[in-house]
Design a protein around this ligand. Structure first.
Ligand code: BG6
Length: 491
C-alpha cells in the first residue's frame, strides 16, 4: 500500500530511544505511518541510548510500547512484527567520539538518503551531540536534526543551544518541535482564518473584545519531576505551546502557505508582545501550585508530596495577560491560562466578540450576550460559534445564545493522526513550516524571561490551589478585574 502523499526512503536515528517520549510518542507515530504505507521497505530505524542491549531487547520494548499506546483496533500482530524488525539498537554515550564512529559505520552507505537525527533528550545534550555528529562527518547535506522542546532554560541557554547546533547544522536542517503545531486542530487555525472570507474582516480590535487561550490538564507531573521541577508551567507550556497558539490567532495573513512566510508573521507577533515589567507582573500574572485534592473523584496528592519535597516554588498553573502592540490588536488582551491537576483535560481558544453597538430589542430581550467563537483543540475537536437566536414560540421576542457547532469527529470520520506523525514526516520531507525557527525561540524567551525574573525577585510563593479546581482564586480575580469572565463551559 502506498500513501497518497508519497512514500519515503530514509534513515532515522532516535537518541534517547528508551525514554518516555520515544516509546510513548515516536514509536507509535512511526508505526502508524508505516501501516499507512509511507515507509518504504528500505527505511532503517536506529534506536540509540546509553545502555547495552541486543536489537531484540529494544524490539520487545517497542512492541510493549505499541501494545500500551495503540488503540486495540490499530494493533495488528503482523504489522507490529514487520515494523519493529526495522529497528537496530546502538549503545552510545553522547560525549564519546568512538561511539559516533560506530554510529557512522552502522549508517554505512546511503549518503544520498535523508538522514534524521531525533534528539529525544534533555537540551543540555543538543549542542554536544550535534558537535560530535559533525566531527564524525554525519552532518552531511541530507542530514537533519530534530530538537524537542524545551530549547534551553532561559534566553542565554537557548542561545547557547541554538549556537552550538548552528555550528553543525544550517538552520534549514534544524527542526525544533513544538508538538502543538502538529495537532490537526492547530493546523486548522490557519484554514479557519485564511481559507474563509468570513473571519478576516472581523478579526481585529474593532470587533474582538479579548481572546482566551486555555490548556487545561488533569494529569500531575507523571514521573517527570526531575525535569518539571526545574521548568514549571511557564517554561513547559507558555514559552512554547501557548505562545504559538497566540501567534496563530494574532498573526497577519502570510502572503503564501510557505515555511518562512508563516514563521515571519509569527515572529512579528512575538516581537510585538508588550514586555511585562516588575511593576506589572503582579497584576498581569498569577502562578499557582496544586495542593492535595481530587480529580475525577479520586484523591490525588499535592505537588510537594508528588515530587517528594515540600519547599518547591515551581508553578504548576499560570495565567498571563498578554498584549500584542499592533494596530490590529491594541487594547485586546490575550489571557493565557494553563495548569496541571485541573478538573478537565481541555485545550481551547475563545475569541470573544464585542457587544452589538445598539440594542433594538425591548427590555425583556436585553440579555443579549456578545458572540463567542470557541475553537476546541482537544478533546471533542471542533469549532462553535455562539450566536443569539430567538427562542421559538409565544412569549414575545425572547432571545437566547445557541451554538453553531462543527464537530470534527462527526464531519471528518476516521482516525485523527497524532501530531508526531505529521511532524516526523515533515522532517523527512524537509518541510519546516510547523517547526520553530531559532529567532522565534529567541523572541519567546525574550518575553518570558522578565516574568521569570520578576517572580524570582518576589518573596511570595505560587498560590496553592486544590487539585481538581480551576486554579487559585486570583486567576478568576485577574480576568474579573477587567470586567470579563473565563469561558463558562470551562468551569
Ligand atoms: C508537553 C509538556 O510539551 O505537553 C507536558 O512538557 C504536557 O507537561 C504536554 O503534559 C501536553 O501535551 P498534550 O498533547 O497532551 O496536550
Amino acid at each position: 500500500m502506498t500513501h497518497p502523499s508519497g512514500s519515503f526512503s530514509f534513515d532515522l536515528v532516535i537518541f534517547g530511544a528508551t525514554g518516555d517520549l520515544s516509546l510513548r510518542k515516536l514509536v507509535p507515530a512511526l508505526y502508524h505511518r508505516d501501516v499507512a504505507g509511507q515507509l518504504n521497505d528500505d527505511v532503517r530505524l536506529f534506536a540509540v541510548a546509553r545502555g547495552e542491549m541486543p536489537d531484540e531487547e529494544f524490539r520487545s520494548l517497542a512492541r510493549g510500547a505499541l501494545d500500551r499506546h495503540l488503540d486495540a483496533k490499530d494493533f495488528s500482530e503482523a504489522a507490529v512484527e514487520r515494523f519493529v524488525s526495522r529497528f537496530r539498537y546502538l549503545s552510545l554515550d553522547a560525549e564519546t567520539p568512538a561511539d559516533y564512529a560506530a554510529l557512522a559505520k552502522a549508517l554505512n552507505g546511503g549518503t544520498e538518503r535523508v538522514l534524521v537525527f531525533y534528539l529525544a533528550m534533555a537540551p543540555r545534550f543538543f549542542g554536544p551531540i550535534c558537535t560530535q555528529l559533525a566531527a564524525a562527518g554525519l552532518n552531511r547535506p541530507q542530514a537533519r536534526v530534530v530538537l524537542e522542546k524545551p530549547i534551553g532554560h532561559d534566553l542565554a541557554s537557548a542561545r547557547a543551544v541554538n549556537g552550538a547546533v548552528a555550528a553543525a547544522f544550517s538552520e534549514d536542517r534544524v527542526f525544533r518541535i513544538d508538538h502543538y503545531l502538529g495537532k490537526e486542530t492547530v493546523q486548522n487555525l490557519m484554514a479557519l482564518r485564511f481559507a474563509n472570507a468570513l473571519f478576516e474582516p472581523v478579526w481585529h480590535r474593532g470587533v474582538i473584545d479579548h481572546v482566551q487561550v486555555t490548556v487545561a490538564e488533569k494529569i500531575g507531573v507523571e514521573g517527570r519531576a526531575g525535569y518539571y521541577d526545574h521548568a514549571g508551567a511557564l517554561r513547559d507550556m507558555v514559552q512554547n505551546h501557548l505562545l504559538q497558539l497566540l501567534c496563530l490567532v494574532a498573526m497577519e495573513p502570510p502572503n503564501a502557505f510557505a515555511a518562512d512566510a508563516v514563521r515571519d508573521e509569527k515572529l512579528k507577533v512575538l516581537e510585538a508582545l508588550r514586555p511585562l515589567t516588575d511593576g506589572t507582573i503582579g497584576e498581569k500574572t498569577v502562578r499557582g501550585q496544586y495542593a492535595a485534592g481530587a480529580v475525577d473523584g479520586g484523591a490525588v496528592p499535592g505537588y510537594g508530596e508528588e515530587i517528594g519535597r515540600d519547599d518547591s516554588t515551581t508553578e504548576t498553573f499560570v495565567v498571563v495577560k498578554a498584549e500584542v502592540e499592533t494596530w490590529r490588536w491594541a487594547g485586546v488582551p490575550f489571557y493565557l491560562r494553563t495548569g496541571k491537576r485541573l478538573p478537565v483535560r481541555r485545550s481551547e481558544i475563545v475569541v470573544q466578540f464585542r457587544p452589538v453597538p445598539h440594542l433594538i430589542f425591548p427590555a425583556a430581550a436585553r440579555d443579549v450576550v456578545p458572540n463567542r467563537l470557541v475553537i476546541r483543540l482537544q478533546p471533542d475537536e471542533g469549532i462553535s460559534l455562539h450566536m443569539m437566536s430567538k427562542v421559538p414560540g409565544p412569549g414575545g421576542m425572547r432571545l437566547r445564545t445557541a451554538p453553531l457547532n462543527l464537530s470534527f469527529a462527526e464531519t471528518f470520520q476516521g482516525r485523527q493522526p497524532d501530531a508526531y506523525e505529521r511532524l516526523l514526516m515533515d522532517v523527512v520531507r524537509g518541510n519546516p513550516m510547523l517547526f520553530m525557527r531559532s529567532d522565534e525561540v529567541d523572541a519567546a524567551w525574550r518575553w518570558i524571561e522578565p516574568i521569570l525574573a520578576g517572580w524570582q525577585s518576589q518573596s511570595d510563593r505560587p498560590k496553592p490551589y486544590t487539585a481538581g479546581s480551576w486554579g487559585p482564586s486570583a486567576a478568576i480575580g485577574l480576568i474579573e478585574r477587567d470586567g470579563r469572565t473565563w469561558h463558562e463551559d470551562m468551569r
